[in-house]
Design a binder for this molecule. Sequence first.
Ligand code: ADP
Ligand code: MG
Length: 615
Amino acid sequence: MTKTDRDVLGRGMRILGIAIREEPRVFAAAVGASALYGATTVGSALVIGRVTDHVVVPAFHDGDTSTGALTGAFLVVFGIAILKALGIVGRRLWAGIMQYRLQATYRRRVTRQYLRLPLAWHHKHPTGALLSNANADVEAAWYPIAPLPMATGVVVMLLLAAAAMVATDWALALVGFVIFPAIFVLNVVYQRRQGPLAMRAQELRADVSAIAHESFDGALVVKTLGREDEEAARFAAASTELADANIAVGRVRALFDPLLEALPSLGVLLVLLAGSIRISHGDLEAGELVQIAYLFTLLAFPVRAIGWLLGDMPRAVVGFERVEHVLDADGESVYGDTAAGKSGPAGLEARTVRFGYLDGADVLTDVTFDVAPGRTVAVVGPTGSGKSTLASLLVRLVDPGSGAVLLDGVDLRDYRHGGIAATAALVPQQAFLFDDTVRDNITLGLDVDDDAVRAALRTAQAEEFVDRLPHGLDTKVGERGTSLSGGQRQRIALARALVRKPRLLVMDDATSAVDPRVEAAILAGLRDDAGPSTVVVVAYRKATIALADEVVFLEDGRIQARGTHRELLDASVGYRRLVNAYERAARERDQAAGTGPESPDPTTAAETRDEEVPA
Ligand code: ADP
Ligand code: MG
């Protein structure tokens, strides 16, 4: 054995140990049943030997046998067969229960951990890999559980068989002591060849699913840019590599499987050869020979369970260690025990906040500003200036590298789990809708009546178009809300935040696909009737920005200027250029389209045109 073999074996054994500790009772039951199976297998060979000596051979000699002897033989053989069958049923049943229970347990653990881990961790791990951790890797980790009880039973079987052979005849025992270790050694060589190949196949399987997932996710880009062929080629390359790896596994199997089949048959031949010589010398009874030869044929198959166990190990090691990597991941958000949530708008403050994504340069530097309760602040800045990053910091999707964000004067990190979610809501630019009804997309399990849902829709300027949908609130929106336009999706997402009556509402470009006049109406509505809420809004349009009490102008991750829209127009050249450029771009787009103001999202245009725009 090489060092890596021992390594894999050692790591595999550790995983089996963990499995046994997780499900000790089921494991004990499976092993008990398997030991019964092992004992009855050897027992049936012994009985067949006895029956040969006491029933079959006398019958040949005398040409006659007694009903009593036949009935007795039948009952014993039948009884043993029943016990053996029970052993097999129990073994398989409990092995299956153990395997699937472990899978379920670890799937739950992995997914729970995904929810616990902060966004910073998720930034590092592609979705495809997360899917494969929770699915393929968990399954692979517990593959060896299926043959584990059988392999344990085989050990019992081999010990009993060895004892029976030694007790019967030394020459036949010698054949056994050559053949069975040979099967075992062949198995080990097999696994050694197979192991790295199987490991590679498991890794490639994860790669293939990652690529597939990315392609599905990017379907729109792929289709619109006509990148189908390139995507197909990228996927083909990965899947060909996987196919090659699987074929390599198959080739090794094709070489070793027949050898493993042949060895026990060779053993039976040798036993018959040696046995007939011993019988002719009068050293052995015919029944004893039958017993040992039969034992060989019976044992040949189950002995390979040890091989299956070893064969599944490399894959299990890779799978389990990946799962472990998720379960052991640190950077888990820590929570304090401050309860959040008195009523009324929240006060917000960012104090010298610095933030950088993994091993990258700082995205935000020395960001300091505050929002008094009930006020509306617009965050304005060019693309890539860090607006979305800031938005995610304000609701603690990520923690600042240094500095702090305070809600009602308390560091976000001091709130208890779920406290911030109950107080603050972030509406992202990419509105995500579930394949569910409009109502369920808004409540998301929150227990509110339709009046509250309607009020939220009204403030989000969405009530009218929802009423015009075929089934109103009960309309299914399709996967990711595909049956709605971009602007409609954004307004549903906004209503989802509003129905929770957040004390702090952070809108990250959340109305970018909505008609400008509707956007202004939304913001005006938020200030007037949506109740007491503090609002931070990332915005581009002058009309929207002008509604804010104050503007924070962000550039390259630094606050360049703060003040009212008017003040900044006068004081900051950069600010003036930026908002005017946006305005000009929007106007040119509208003129080109010739249909009045239009949103940048082409799907919204059709929708906003026929919509009554609230004054
Ligand atoms: P904005 O919303 O103002 O357009 P963002 O906050 O999205 O800006 O991005 C600010 C900077 O952070 C950009 O340079 C961007 O490349 C980088 N960035 C954003 N998200 C990530 C991420 N998940 N990982 C690494 N860098 C990121
Ligand atoms: Mg952004």
